[in-house]
Design a protein around this ligand. Sequence first.
Ligand SMILES: C[S@@+](CC[C@H](N)C(=O)[O-])C[C@H]1O[C@@H](n2cnc3c(N)ncnc32)[C@H](O)[C@@H]1O
Length: 206
Amino acid sequence: MSHAPESPSAPSVRPTPEIAGKVGALALAPGSALPSVLDACCGSRLFWFDRADPRAIYIDKRRETHELPDKSSRGGKRSLVVAPDVVADFTALPFADESFALVVFDPPHFVRNGAKSWVGLKYGTLKGDWREELRRGFAECFRVLKNEGTLIFKWNEADIPVSQILELTPEQPLVGNRCGKNAQSHWIVFLKQNKPDEERPAGRNS
Ligand SMILES: C[S@@+](CC[C@H](N)C(=O)[O-])C[C@H]1O[C@@H](n2cnc3c(N)ncnc32)[C@H](O)[C@@H]1O
């Protein structure tokens, strides 16, 4: 679950143009001067201690803002701001192989959520062939991760057991932890193995 406090007001997110411009120019160049960390589906960045951490680049497939009446929040409403540095799809990441030391992968985990519900807006909903989407997401996250780099994967088992999700990647998890109200949330750490070239899936730059 989130360690960072959830602010009732809109999160302050870094203005996007300079990073977005940087990505446009550098993303596909191996060895480019990108930040060390990729959040592959940042949503509203709830679990970040600093939601504009300069060590990270934040992507999501959507850019949107929502407001909901909420008596407990200042101003009587609650905001949800999804403002990635770059709008991109984690099944086709616009970065060179081995670009990042750390990748954070927290994809949607609900299949039953109404897309318009607050939880649906906050976390997204799995649709269609979501197994293939997550399989490709894992493959892309590992592709852009440096050898010996770390992938942090988060999953909530409300709808789908984590064991089924771990089958979607050939990579072996290292350590993990259950937490949350019903111990349904998992934080799982992978270390990218330094495989010989012939065992590695062909990357975009190979
Ligand atoms: C569980 S939420 C992430 C929550 C985030 N970690 C936080 O701290 O607030 C999952 C996010 O994945 C995004 N998403 C879903 N499919 C995606 C895709 N194919 N590519 C990129 N982002 C995607 C959704 O828009 C949603 O914002």
